[in-house]
Design a protein around this ligand. Structure first.
Ligand SMILES: *Cc1c(COP(=O)(O)O)cnc(C)c1O
Length: 425
């Protein structure tokens, strides 16, 4: 039944049922830290992962569990784990795969904070990232070595809105016997379901479109359930005996749910990047309207991008929904419902004009967020991509003359009027 439901039905019903204790129709906010055990035997079984149930909300919580079920359904995955932020989700995704001396091959076009996380912070774990232009399949293949444990990309990338060719990357990952990890924050499963292109893990910043109104910081990792973690010996955390669970082998014991169980039983237990039930509640509410909001975000973005492209004060617009974009074909093939609602444009008068325009906007808010019902603007080079070198900024699509827009759900005429006055004469 649930597997046959359409997107909007899943967005409202998947992962939830009337509350077994009270019949409450909306998912209750289980604002509790702990759960009473039936007896010592019950408690022991839960701690041994011999029985699935609730112990302590760092690991599992029914409100968060409902959200996990809903996101897994929308992405077409076998399971999902929610966590405290999109950045936490990235670490949670890599944690079971990586170890000292191992590397991940990643796109040069990523959210600035992710570039910093991958180029600097993960090195403290002894992990490393090899940055490549994912539009060049030969370069991706050449970057993969015996120590590579994953390929990581954004489906539609922040800030330039570049669409990634998941079809090509899915094949490269499969040939190499490593998982493809896709950050699907900007596309959302309404536009694209990366698992259909061979992604093993899908990560989300739920902070953005999934919640959709700038109220929550949250993240999720979805597992396709299809990767054979035991085939190559490269993923011992999932295939070999786990000393912290009396020699339990996650893949052998949990099959397609191995990654999800590991992410909860080891990842959340020991890293502690747990979501909170209140946040999960808001995200559940947001997701109910994802299928109504995303078409409006995309249609508004298309209108605003077309208007900007035809304005003489603007030199270029990086939006793959425009026929002039070099990525238009890729967008049409992999993201036929639209190229998202985040893009950049550059101004005839360069850096100073970009900074001035952001300051002059009245309806657009000048904030470091995206995927809000409100339209947002930012000058990426001095903010979200500030820690990057000038070369990294240009490669990421966040050069100094660019303004990034996150197009919201307002009337597009009002957004265009605001941009018109802010661009000045
Ligand atoms: C915002 C963002 C992140 C980080 O998410 P947080 O919830 O802010 O930690 C990761 N990837 C992309 C594409 C983002 O836009």
């Amino acid at each position: 039944m649930a597997d046959d439901w359409g997107f909007d039905t899943q967005a409202i019903h998947a992962g939830t049922a009337p509350d077994p204790a009270t019949g409450a129709r909306q998912v209750p906010i289980y604002q509790t830290t702990a759960y009473v055990f039936r007896d010592a035997d019950h408690a022991a079984k839960l701690f041994n992962l011999q029985e699935v149930g609730y112990i302590y909300s760092r690991l599992t919580n029914p409100t968060i569990g409902a959200l996990q079920g809903r996101i897994a359904a929308l992405e077409g995955g076998a399971g999902a784990v929610c966590c405290s932020s999109g950045h936490a989700a990235q670490i949670m995704a890599l944690f079971p795969l990586m170890g000292p001396g191992l590397n991940v091959v990643v796109s040069t076009r990523l959210y600035g904070g992710t570039i910093t996380q991958f180029s600097q912070t993960i090195r403290r774990f002894g992990w490393s990232a090899t940055f490549v232009d994912l539009d060049d399949p030969d370069a991706v293949r050449a970057a993969i070595d015996d120590n590579t444990r994953a390929i990581f990309c954004e489906s539609i990338s922040n800030p330039g809105g570049y669409p990634t060719d998941l079809e090509v990357l899915g094949r490269i990952a499969e040939d190499a016997g490593i998982p493809l990890i896709v950050d699907n924050t900007l596309a959302t499963p309404w536009i694209c379901r990366p698992i259909e292109y061979g992604a093993t893990l899908v990560v989300h910043s739920l902070t953005k479109y999934m919640t959709g109104n700038g109220t929550v910081t949250g993240g999720a990792v979805v597992d396709s359930g299809a990767f054979d973690w035991s085939a190559s010996g490269k993923f011992p955390s999932l295939s070999e005996p786990e000393p912290a669970y009396h020699g339990l082998k996650f893949h052998e014991t949990f099959g397609p749910a191995a990654f999800t169980f590991h992410a909860i039983a080891i990842g959340l237990r020991d890293l502690g990047m747990t979501m909170n039930p209140q946040g999960a509640h808001y995200t559940l509410l947001g997701i109910e309207t994802l299928g109504l909001r995303m078409p409006r975000h995309v249609a508004n973005a298309q209108k605003v991008a077309e208007w900007l492209e035809n304005d003489p004060r603007v030199t270029s617009v990086s939006y793959a929904g425009l026929t002039s974009s070099p990525w238009h074909q890729t967008a049409q093939r992999i993201y036929p419902k639209g190229a998202g609602a985040l893009f950049t444009f550059s101004l005839r008068d360069g850096y100073d004009a970009a900074v001035r325009t952001v300051g002059a906007l009245k309806l657009f808010s000048h904030v470091a967020n995206l995927g809000d019902s409100r339209s947002l603007a930012i000058h990426s080079a001095s903010t979200t991509h500030r820690q990057l070198s000038p070369e990294q900024q240009v490669a990421a699509g966040a050069g100094p003359d660019l303004v990034r827009l996150s197009i919201g759900l307002e009337d597009p005429e009002d957004l265009i009027a605001d941009l018109d006055q802010a661009l000045g004469s």
